[in-house]
Design a protein around this ligand. Sequence first.
Ligand SMILES: NC(=O)c1ccc[n+]([C@@H]2O[C@H](COP(=O)([O-])OP(=O)(O)OC[C@H]3O[C@@H](n4cnc5c(N)ncnc54)[C@H](OP(=O)(O)O)[C@@H]3O)[C@@H](O)[C@H]2O)c1
Length: 305
Amino acid sequence: MTYSILLIGQHGQVSTYLQRALSKQEGISKQEGMDLIVAGRDQIDLSKPDTVKAALRSFDVDLIINPAAYTAVDLAESEAEAAFAINSESVAEIAAFCAENSVSLIHYSTDYVFAGDAQTPYAETDPIGPTGVYGASKLAGEQAIINSQARAVILRTAWVYSNHGKNFYKTMLALSETRDELTVVADQIGAPTYAASIAEATRQIVSQLRQQGGIKPEQSGVYHFTCQGQTSWCDFAKAIFVENQITKMAVSPIATKDYPTPAQRPAYSVLDNSKLEKTFGVSLPHWGTALAQCAAETASSKDKP
Ligand SMILES: NC(=O)c1ccc[n+]([C@@H]2O[C@H](COP(=O)([O-])OP(=O)(O)OC[C@H]3O[C@@H](n4cnc5c(N)ncnc54)[C@H](OP(=O)(O)O)[C@@H]3O)[C@@H](O)[C@H]2O)c1
């Protein structure tokens, strides 16, 4: 029997790489009996929570994957209503739909649910404490899913980058075209996570769900889901230039206090991914390995006419 998947969100970073990983051409094959439907915001608009369930009823699927979110961390401070509508109220509707219709749900969340004042990697059971609107809205989404009793896997990721969309990696490459020196924050520590690594690890989970007929009750819950290792934004910037063979950039460290932003960033947001490995036997690569893969993709896209 065909296993049908609905992917919400079309042009986002994670969504783009998920479409590749789950597509019949490049990822899960026809033989595996999977069918992927991608719904853009013209079909499911998460800014209108009261329309979400009706929109979902037009699809007959076994699994919903939701990487769609309000992700503008700084803007969220002045657009709390929009952030909560998309990241919490609509997520509650998706979860209720999944619970009512025995549909499994894979949803993505964030390291911003934590205050960022830890010194060792956060476990899923550690106390949460978002410091801004974005983190609070994503946390409310997590809690709505858990309260819905839907069979759901919530994957908390962090520092997402890729060759697609807006992200730190692309910003660094763009700056290297006009500048030869940069200052970058060095006192925030996390794990840069390539969207393609997220997509590949998700594909492995989806394969298991298909074989076992959905998420088992004991598998429902929150999982930390980042690349391995840790670094600062400043050292990540230096590594981006090294991997892309950009030698002229001089990168100097600055403190967070010298780069003020409307929303506070967690100073430390390394996540312990061992629950993911223990439950699904899945892990993401080390951030340095993934960065090399991303840079190879950058180079190969430049080679294309
Ligand atoms: N980016 C990060 O550094 C980061 C860090 C931690 C966690 N996360 C989480 O990881 C997940 C994926 O993030 P990402 O970086 O791929 O995000 P992204 O590139 O900003 O993409 C956001 C996606 O959400 C969709 N979307 C936004 N508003 C919508 C609406 N009203 N209705 C329907 N869809 C809407 C967008 O739709 P369109 O396709 O129409 O543009 C897009 O597909 C999110 O849950 C995010 O919270 C991200």
